[in-house]
Design a protein. Structure first.
Length: 430
């Protein structure tokens, strides 16, 4: 989805999302070009809240992370740069510039910051690395080196001492690379990786982790991976297997995800997942969670991706009973490209919003808000959404739309000041 707003500013009318391609199933649910380049005015539906711009002039910003109050880092999708912004002003030079694949969803995808080691500020970056500085990797006929997770140190406004932690497939691509890095309550790293556009491409890229019973061995794609901050498997942490790479999987059956986060109250992991023209999901991700792709996407009762008319979870790969399928907690039948998912662990916007889930959309430019039930394992949904399914994008929006007009939300973060920060890919603003 991120590709649509970034690769070449070539757009397709959202109505064509209904004409989903078979085979590669390329996403076509793209917003109007005028909205995407930032002509819209962002608004919040709560009249007691205001929006202010804290940074602008960015080139397709994908995600951000805070070093401190009024001090944050931003990734730019195609330039391969990490920019530092202090008190609203960008430093004259990027603190890092790498060779990044920029075609479609290849990008500077994810960032996380750790200060848990005394005397060190570690920056974790997930991006599609290429041999050359030519950003249009596919147009030049060159495959990327891989989707890679590095750990850097921040020293004197530069990122130095790179250490390669994960080297993951980037082909066939160029879509479904994932796009987040999160440090969990256990101080480990969690990274969602999509199927790298592997489904319908070749037998080599159709793996057991995508619920192909006769598929190839998992290779890191189609899952949420968990590793230590040194890049090692979590000790005694194998969930669906004990050997690498199976011992890296926290969850699997993931088509593509741009957003994961931990509930600050329960410690539970939640994610968003993008469907192929339909079936966008919000999931509660317990250890060993199987999201069902590529046999099912969205609710099993409504999914046209269900390849078995008599679908049951028993038809899925379960890694000798160590993996468990569960239905989404919410589904958008008409895709809107959900991106970031965060919990507002602050009362700065009002106690009524504290610890609620907020989700961004790359297609509508909206921010959606969800309450949770008492034990925080389900979303509180009423009216037309009570069945957990939004049949069309507008269904029930009076209950869940928090803000709109952000021209493609690629990230949401809560700052050290407790406020909500929105990364607008289309407007080039925070």
């Amino acid at each position: 989805m991120l590709s649509a707003l970034a690769s070449s500013i070539t757009f397709v009318n959202p109505a064509s999302a209904q004409e989903e391609n078979e085979g590669e199933q390329e996403e076509q649910n793209i917003p109007d070009v005028n909205a995407a380049i930032g002509d819209e005015t962002a608004t919040i539906r709560d009249p007691n809240l205001n929006i202010e711009t804290v940074a602008e002039g960015l080139e397709f910003p994908t995600t951000m992370a805070f070093l401190g109050t009024n001090d944050f880092l931003v990734l730019e999708k195609e330039k391969g740069t990490v920019q530092r912004i202090v008190n609203g002003k960008m430093l004259p030079e990027p603190i890092l510039d790498v060779n990044v694949g920029a075609s479609q969803e290849r990008c500077m995808c994810g960032i996380a910051i750790s200060t848990s080691t005394p005397g060190h500020t570690y920056i974790f970056l997930y991006f599609t690395e290429t041999e050359s500085a030519d950003k249009e990797d596919v147009l030049q006929g060159n495959d990327p080196i891989g989707n890679r997770l590095y750990r850097y140190e921040l020293v004197n406004d530069k990122l130095v001492n790179p250490k390669l932690l994960l080297d993951l497939p980037a082909t066939p691509g160029p879509r479904h690379n994932g796009g987040a890095v999160v440090i969990g309550p256990d101080n480990n790293l969690y990274i969602p990786i999509g199927d790298i556009d592997g489904t319908y491409q070749s037998e080599e890229s159709e793996t057991l982790a995508q619920n192909y019973p006769d598929g190839a061995e998992p290779d890191g794609r189609s899952g949420i991976l968990r590793i230590t901050q040194d890049g090692s498997p979590v000790p005694n942490g194998g969930i669906i297997g004990d050997e690498t790479p199976l011992n890296l999987y926290y969850a699997y059956g993931i088509r593509n995800s741009f957003g994961i986060n931990f509930d600050p109250v329960t410690g539970n992991l939640w994610d968003t997942e993008n469907g192929p023209g339909e079936g966008d999901e919000i999931n509660l991700v317990e250890p060993g969670f199987n999201s069902g792709w590529a046999q099912v996407q969205g609710m099993s009762v409504s999914s046209s991706n269900n390849n078995d008319q008599d679908f049951t979870s028993g038809n899925l790969v379960d890694f000798d009973g160590r993996g468990t399928y569960s239905e989404p907690e919410f589904e958008w039948r008409t895709t809107l490209g959900p991106t970031a998912l965060i919990f507002l662990h602050s009362d700065r916007l009002g106690q009524q919003y504290q610890n609620d889930i907020f989700v961004g959309s790359i297609v509508t430019g909206n921010i959606y808000r969800f309450d949770l039930n008492e034990d925080r394992t389900q979303l509180v949904l009423t009216g037309e959404l009570e069945d957990k399914i939004a049949e069309i994008r507008e269904t029930g929006t009076e209950d869940i739309v928090f803000g709109e007009g952000f021209a493609g939300v690629s990230d949401l973060e809560v700052g050290p000041d407790g406020y909500l920060y929105v990364v607008s890919l289309g407007q080039g603003k925070i």
